[in-house]
Design a protein around this ligand. Sequence first.
Ligand SMILES: NC(=O)c1ccc[n+]([C@@H]2O[C@H](COP(=O)([O-])OP(=O)(O)OC[C@H]3O[C@@H](n4cnc5c(N)ncnc54)[C@H](OP(=O)(O)O)[C@@H]3O)[C@@H](O)[C@H]2O)c1
Length: 312
Amino acid sequence: MNTMKAVVIHSYGGREVLVSEDVPVPGIAGDEVLIKVHAAGVNPVDWKVRAGYLKEMLPYQFPLILGWDVSGTVERTGSSVTRLNVGDEVYALADISRNGTYSGFVAVKGDSVALKPHSLDHVHAASVPLAALTAWQSIFGAAELSEGQKILIHAAAGGVGSFAVQLAKWKGAYVIGTASARNREFLLELGADEVIDYTKTPFEDVAKDVDVVLDAMAGEIQKRSWKTLKSGGILVSILGPPDENKAAEFGVRGEGVFVKPDANQLAVIAQLIDSGYVKPVVTEILPLADVAKAHEMSETEHVRGKIVLEVA
Ligand SMILES: NC(=O)c1ccc[n+]([C@@H]2O[C@H](COP(=O)([O-])OP(=O)(O)OC[C@H]3O[C@@H](n4cnc5c(N)ncnc54)[C@H](OP(=O)(O)O)[C@@H]3O)[C@@H](O)[C@H]2O)c1
């Protein structure tokens, strides 16, 4: 087992730079595990990296394997990893600064890896880590959302939003989500208390006195979001640090979140999934060979829930 199939890029560019190749199976350091990839979740960051949009922030070397969500089986453990065993069925957010999961195997730090939810197959488990951790770290980490608070979640029907709605509901918050009309029923079923069709209604006319805004849109939508917050509230942006001057002007706080791998948070999320509080929404399952199609779909920015690539 020296080589594996992987989708790599040799330069930044359009979907045509995605190529399937035989590459060496990665070695592992003492604190890492080698995971046999069964499924790889697709996230917008995959095509943003491919296109070179993040090259200032993450200086990659080529060839680069994209994709950082994984569900699979532990194939080998490093000498200092005691918590995981060969054969464990696990899921993880791999280190986004290194080679990713559109591949037969991936090396991941042991403290990023958790046992996958028992109730999910690998395809559904692979849809969870990056999006659910982003939602968790934004609403419970940065915003410290508590029971009875009101949260406005933008892009509520997307990967991050669909987890954020369910996690906020589990916490006992009042949840307002923005989406187009076709996602209204879907979001009510996920637990949203109100859904604002952003194509017809300016959300700021409806959402008032909110404690937390989860901003997955930035730009104009962020500018219009400040006025929805009550004094002392917080806007958490997952697209870079929000405008501090605006936050001060409205007497609120703004914070940026960039998701980090975290096995402990993934273990709690697995429990919430297994006890039925949270369910991942996978709307498209494709073979790894159809990775360009998966990117094309994600680039529309109108996918409901998640896209997953089946690898093994
Ligand atoms: N900082 C971080 O660590 C981090 C982590 C994850 C993601 N992100 C970023 O956060 C963004 C969201 O990620 P994601 O994975 O949730 O993306 P996604 O799954 O591609 O989001 C798609 C969703 O966005 C909705 N949408 C599009 N335009 C909208 C609008 N104007 N108002 C409200 N909803 C709208 C769509 O709903 P309709 O079809 O109903 O319009 C669709 O369901 C991406 O830009 C991603 O790169 C950052």
